[in-house]
Design a protein. Structure first.
Length: 81
């Protein structure tokens, strides 16, 4: 369990979301609030959300083109035939 925690904290540190301070035999981690706020602003920006919505619409359209029935009823009708 400790190695998973260390791995994830290392990734967060690499992303500048946390910083570590050595205290005796331990590392104490602190949240980098400014970095987190900047990423949150970027992720929730109008442009980012619009891009995600467009990508979701394209994916939904592609799924509809592959299976117009959307998985509803088609298998049952084929099974009865």
């Amino acid at each position: 369990m400790l190695s998973y925690t260390h791995h994830h904290l290392a990734r967060l540190r690499h992303a500048n979301l946390v910083r570590a301070e050595a205290e005796s035999y331990y590392s104490v981690y602190h949240l980098e609030a400014d970095s987190l706020e900047a990423i949150a602003r970027q992720l929730t920006s109008r442009e980012t959300l619009a891009g995600l919505a467009n990508a979701a619409d394209r994916d939904a359209y592609a799924r509809m083109r592959r299976d117009p029935a959307g998985g509803r009823g088609r298998k049952h009708r084929d099974a009865d035939a």
